[in-house]
Design a protein around this ligand. Structure first.
Ligand code: PLP
Length: 379
């Protein structure tokens, strides 16, 4: 079905009609009839990610990232930890981009020393720095399509070429863009990881993750995921499968709403700056135009100081002050009090994350209603 567009494939790929059911039922059974005593792979057991729910989702997830293979995981962090710990060995070195997701950062900085894995952080737009920090034992390059909370866009074209030229496994966390706005496998990436908790599920009611990529790498990772135990429960599989069907409808509306809200905010006198890849003022706007099919539902804007930011967040009637992102409802957070609180004031200033910064995960509400809500809260 690869000639069909993503919108159509989201609905029809990975939808087996078991016993004629149009919607794939939830397979609550943990174990299945043993059919071939000579083949350990014939063991069907829910932790081994081979129930009908897991298998259907794997087909759907691979297809929507244009990848050969995929697996669903118990969370975004289960996907990320399985890829990093499953492919890096003691004595290996990894290059990761600056400002990655806090959980990934903590996994690398707090846990890698115990395993003897070396790391360096690099600017996602500086191939020269990647070259300088490359070592004989470097095995992997790890990026994020769009990063939190400054909405940096990584130079994925140069990154995949650099990885290929130097024999590195290229991995990208595509959570913020979603496969509607970017498909890194089409840009040459080996592996894509997702927090499916966010856009893929889209309703803030499931924690899940996914790994998509080449068959060879998935074959290497699957036995390890089965041992590490990061298996998604089949109830959650069902909800994720349902959520994915409306992915492009939701993300297209979110792209539209975020574009409208970003331009309204950038004209507001109390807003000091707006960070959104779709704005011409964004430092990577040209790159974003090239590698993204849409500019996404995530934006950040800055007001005078922490007190004003807190007041704006508390006065919003539609925007909900809560962490996470990618759901149908608009969420706001202040990075200096949530995701980036552990950093020192000085470290945050250096990254450009100021106290007046507000991050918005734009939902699918009406754009005019959302703009009115933010303008009213800013008065
Ligand atoms: C939320 C998030 C994760 C972690 O996902 P969980 O599903 O919470 O484990 C990883 N990467 C990014 C970019 C995220 O936003």
């Amino acid at each position: 079905m690869s000639q069909l567009t993503l919108d159509t494939r989201l609905i029809h790929v990975g939808e087996p009609k078991i016993l004629g059911a149009v919607t794939l039922p939830i397979f609550q059974s943990v174990t299945y009839l043993f059919e071939d005593a000579n083949d350990y792979d014939a063991v069907r057991y829910a932790r081994l990610n081979n129930t009908p729910n897991h298998e259907a989702l794997a087909i759907k997830l691979a297809n929507l990232e244009s990848a050969e293979a995929a697996v669903v995981t118990a969370s975004g962090m289960a996907a990320i930890s399985t890829v990093l710990l499953g492919l890096l060995n003691q004595g290996d070195h990894i290059l990761l981009q600056d400002g990655i997701y806090g959980g990934t950062w903590a996994l690398v900085v707090n846990e890698f020393p115990r395993f003897g894995i070396e790391y360096d952080f690099v600017d996602p737009n500086s191939p020269n720095e990647w070259q300088e920090k490359l070592k004989p034992n470097t095995r992997m390059l790890y990026m994020e399509t769009v990063s939190n909370p400054l909405m940096e866009v990584a130079d994925l074209e140069s990154a995949s070429a650099f990885a290929r030229d130097n024999g590195l496994i290229s991995v990208v966390d595509n959570t913020f863009a979603s496969p509607v706005n970017c498909r890194p496998v089409e840009l040459g990436f080996d592996l894509v990881v997702h927090s499916a908790t966010k856009y893929l599920n889209g309703h803030s009611d499931v924690v899940a993750g996914a790994i998509m990529g080449s068959q060879v790498l998935l074959d290497a990772l699957m036995p390890r995921l089965n041992l590490y135990g990061g298996t998604l429960d089949t109830h959650a599989c069902f909800l994720l499968q349902r959520g994915i069907k409306t992915l492009s409808l939701r993300v297209e509306r979110q792209n539209h709403n975020a574009t409208r809200l970003a331009s309204a905010l950038s004209e507001h006198p109390k807003v000091k700056r707006v960070l959104y890849p779709g704005l011409i003022s964004h430092p990577r706007h040209a790159l974003a135009r090239r590698i993204l099919h849409g500019f996404g539902g995530m934006l950040s804007f800055e007001v005078e100081n922490a007190e004003v930011a807190a007041r704006v967040c508390s006065r919003l009637q539609l925007g909900v002050d809560a962490p996470s992102l990618g759901g149908v409802e608009t969420l706001v957070t202040r990075p200096t009090t949530t995701s980036h609180k552990p950093l020192s004031q000085e470290a945050r200033e250096r990254l450009g994350i100021r106290d007046g910064l507000i991050r918005v995960s734009v939902g699918i509400e009406d754009a005019d209603d959302l703009i009115d809500d933010f303008v009213r809260a800013l008065q």
